[in-house]
Design a protein around this ligand. Structure first.
Ligand code: GLC
Ligand code: CA
Length: 560
């Protein structure tokens, strides 16, 4: 059996009636920003027509869904997470017709489209806020969270602690304070007001009618505030989520909801409810522990966090990731662990931002191909649907001198030519400068170069995704950890019915032997999944494997 024989199960065309309603459980998601992908009209800013031209690339990667970062009209003080019109398209990226074309073309390629629902806050430029602040008697006054003093909700943590001093900001127009969990130009909406909930429902309807497949809901834990609490994960916030989900189930049962709730597993679990809140939630605490495990050369951090992770309802799934458009967040680690992560991965203080590290995956792995493969191999084999951040499939670098999180948001590097093939504009006009250093610059790291060889990271990532999709044990199976004496080896069995996959990761920079207790599989033959070669039959004695530095294996266990 060759790798080509393990035919990927393609997710059904979303438009087809019989498409699997649980498609998200088998999804491989590609996160991208239209602005950063390809500029079709030479103004230096990526756009929907540019993305459309490159959809084949996305499809060819083997991913099954794209998650689009915010593309709405916005002052762009938080890269579009500061929305000033929820049902429009930022003219820099195109118009609604372009977006419809994108949906149609994505669906034609069996790619689902997930968009952003940023509903905790709006931009202060949104007409709702303009009205709300215009006078204390304005009918929209109560759409935001106002106060005469800034001492309510004391002790609530500040998320953007490098820029904000308080969660309250003074509005000189109506002479009162308004509440904001993020930047002060992002006032929080007031979810105690039923009119706000109804308005949000209209936004959902608008995009659902247009044909989007799901929403990534931004900043979920902070929807509602109550005195004397942390103002996070409140029962009232869950009520809002349940309300939206009930409506969706009634009118658009196929629409999928993904929660951004950067919280501990016990606090995220309630966002799945009884299968009546979110379909998927990101597993934030797992991510830094994968980075810790390869530095410590010890499986413990990963196993600990997964053992602390409660079971979730049948119709739900975790979303797992290594990097995204934000800093590598260290909110969900202890103080000691955070210090360790900073020392190991952000020795350069310029790489630190808020409680995190603003770097991409490849520089974090010091460009080490073996570690990049190992990390991606774990991403594709641990429980959950993997999310890839654009550019990481070719090992793009970052630019920590760009301020905020812009260093991980630079233009996609398509080729070694003019502006990396991203845009025909003058380089000075690009929305952000391209990387041009000798290690990660576009002359070195680009799609065109990596397409030429089967041995590039890009070609390898495509293989990885294809093999991952060849067994549903990865996406829907249980996980059972093996406990070999050598703690540098992280091994587990993924199982779904009769399908069993054995994964063995060497977290160490040195070659390692391992003896695995596979007694339960006596008589089985491990088939290495990338090459299809059978390994020696499992016997009564511990199963001996040797692993090269940072090496990993995936075996299908066959009873022959
Ligand atoms: C989310 C986004 C982040 C944004 C913040 C405020 O955390 O991922 O990019 O800045 O919300 O909207
Ligand atoms: Ca453009």
């Amino acid at each position: 059996m060759s790798a080509a024989d393990v035919a990927p199960k393609v997710a059904g065309n979303p438009a087809e009636p019989g498409a699997d309603p649980l498609w998200y459980k088998d999804a491989v998601i590609y996160e991208l920003h239209a602005r950063a992908f390809h500029d079709s009209n030479g103004d230096g800013i990526g756009d929907f027509p540019g993305l459309l031209q490159n959809l084949d690339y996305v499809q060819d990667l083997g991913v099954t869904a794209i998650w689009l970062l915010p593309f709405y009209p916005s002052p762009l003080k938080d890269d579009g997470y500061d929305i000033s019109d929820y049902t429009g398209i930022n003219p820099s990226y195109g118009d609604l017709d372009d977006f419809k074309k994108l949906l149609e073309q994505a669906h034609r390629r069996n790619l689902r489209v997930i968009t952003e629902l940023v509903i905790n806050h709006t931009s202060d430029q949104h007409p709702w806020f303009q009205e709300s602040r215009s006078s204390r008697t304005n009918p929209r006054r109560d759409w935001y969270v106002w106060s005469d003093s800034d001492d309510r909700y004391r002790g609530v943590r500040i998320i953007f602690k490098d820029t904000e001093l308080s969660n309250w900001a003074w509005d000189p127009i109506s002479k009162a304070y308004y509440w904001h969990r993020f930047f002060s130009h992002q006032p929080d909406l007031n979810y105690d007001n039923p009119a706000v909930r109804e308005e949000i429902w209209k936004i959902l309807k608008f995009w659902a009618d247009m044909g989007v497949d799901g929403f990534r809901v931004d900043a979920v834990p902070y929807l509602v505030e109550r005195e004397g609490t942390s103002c996070e994960n409140l029962p009232e916030t869950h009520d809002v989520v349940k309300f939206l989900r009930r409506r969706l189930d009634e009118y658009y049962p196929h629409i999928f909801l993904l929660a951004e709730a950067n919280q501990w597993p016990v606090d995220v679990r309630p966002y799945f409810g009884n299968g009546d809140e979110f379909h998927m939630a990101f597993h934030f605490p797992l991510m830094p522990r994968m980075f810790m495990a390869v530095k410590l050369e010890d499986r413990k951090p990963i196993i600990d966090i997964l053992q602390q992770t409660p079971d979730i309802p049948e119709n739900c799934q975790w979303g797992i990731f290594l990097r995204n458009h934000d800093e590598l967040t260290l909110e969900m680690v202890s103080d000691v662990e955070r210090d360790y992560m900073y020392d190991m991965y952000a020795f350069d203080v310029g790489a630190r931002l808020n409680l995190g590290i603003r770097r991409r995956l490849a520089p974090l792995m010091e460009g080490d191909r073996r570690r990049l493969e190992l990390m991606n191999g774990m991403l594709m084999s641990l429980p959950g649907s993997p999310v890839l951040y654009y550019g990481d499939e070719i090992g793009m670098g970052d630019n920590i001198f760009l301020g905020d999180r812009n260093g991980v948001r630079t233009p996609m590097q398509w080729s070694g030519g003019w502006n990396a093939g991203f845009s025909t504009a003058d380089p000075e006009r690009l929305y952000l400068p391209l990387l041009s250093n000798p290690v990660y610059g576009y002359q070195t790291v680009n799609v065109e170069a990596q397409r030429r060889t089967d041995h590039s990271l890009l070609s390898w990532m495509k293989r990885l995704i294809r093999v991952r999709k060849s067994s549903r044990a990865f996406s829907r199976g249980t996980i059972e950890f093996l406990q070999p004496r050598n703690h540098r080896v992280f091994a587990y069995i993924r199982q779904l019915g009769h399908e069993r996959v054995l994964v063995v990761n060497n977290l160490s920079s040195l070659a390692q032997p391992v003896e695995l207790d596979l007694g339960a599989f006596e008589g089985y033959i491990p088939i290495e999944m990338f090459g299809g070669n059978p390994f020696p039959r499992i016997g009564r004695l511990p199963y001996l494997l040797t692993l090269a530095p940072y090496n990993f294996y995936w075996f299908r266990l066959r009873r022959l």
